[in-house]
Design a protein. Sequence first.
Length: 325
Amino acid sequence: MNVAVQLGHVTKRFGTKTALNDVSLRVPEGVVFALLGENGAGKTTMIRILTGFLAPDSGIAMVLGHDCKNNAMQIRQSIGYVSDAPALYDWMRPEEIGWFTSAFYDDSFPKRFLELLAEFDIPTGTAIKNLSKGQRAKVALALATAHDPKLLILDEPTSGLDPMVRRHFLESMVDRAAGGRTVLLSSHQISEVERVADWVAIMHAGKLKVVQPLETLKSSTSIVTATLDQPDAVAPLPRGDVLTETQNGRQVRWVVSNLADDWKTDFGDSSGVTNLGSVSASLEEIFIAVCDVRAKRPKVLPAEPDSVESLAEVSPVNSSDEVES
Ligand SMILES: Nc1ncnc2c1ncn2[C@@H]1O[C@H](COP(=O)(O)OP(=O)(O)OP(=O)(O)O)[C@@H](O)[C@H]1O
């Protein structure tokens, strides 16, 4: 597997706060890879390390074969990046900022940039400060993609965009991946991620809890429901990795990873449990099961990182590992 992004045991602290805690990750080339996590989980910190704006305290980060710490300039030239708060020169007109930025890239940049402005319906001839929030976001996207980067990194790419542009934009991300480019996006829009991502990583409190192809993750995670004969009865747990348990009166609901095929056989006539059922979990349900610290976890779950990492298939790398360019 060719790798676009690789982190090996990366840790980053801000004072006493550990923003990234021994994070290892490989992002294959040619996929849309989504990074999910609650506020403060460490997504932007990871992206800032990958784009060379921040150095890890320990561990190694590589992008397209370059070490992020020592080759930040090369990386920035070969990737596209839109931050969650893109800084644009407000007094410039959109076409001027394209011309200004084109100095960093090859000759095809200005033409493609103007095409993207037209595609996004951005008015030219007026200063960027007069554009709406969504229009400014589109200018930032056009700047990040006009050089057709091998890797596009996007922090909350669709915030501020209207629904039609969001859809169009996300479809274009899928097209990029189909053409062999890689897209790494951080997002809180789980339904959008579910529509476009090939791979999903879920971060929680500076750790990677899940890294899997989206379809594998969804097909291996189930919602199991049952009715208890008595509200105070204790039901056996479904066989598998039970992530969370919720009880409402006599109704019980578990989110289970790797549910055994024959799990129902454990609930005999004398189990005090009826109406057993299971359906596939949505990405949002998986996200909440993994991240919600208030959720009831019926057994000593995956003390970090063992349990959830088994769900995760994280492939740690040694800091000495190298990525082929
Ligand atoms: N420059 C900094 N100085 C101090 N603490 C920081 C700094 N940058 C990030 N942090 C802390 O590191 C943690 C991770 O922050 P980060 O911005 O990476 O989270 P995030 O997952 O991107 O969150 P959000 O979804 O809210 O954007 C947070 O607790 C944050 O307060």
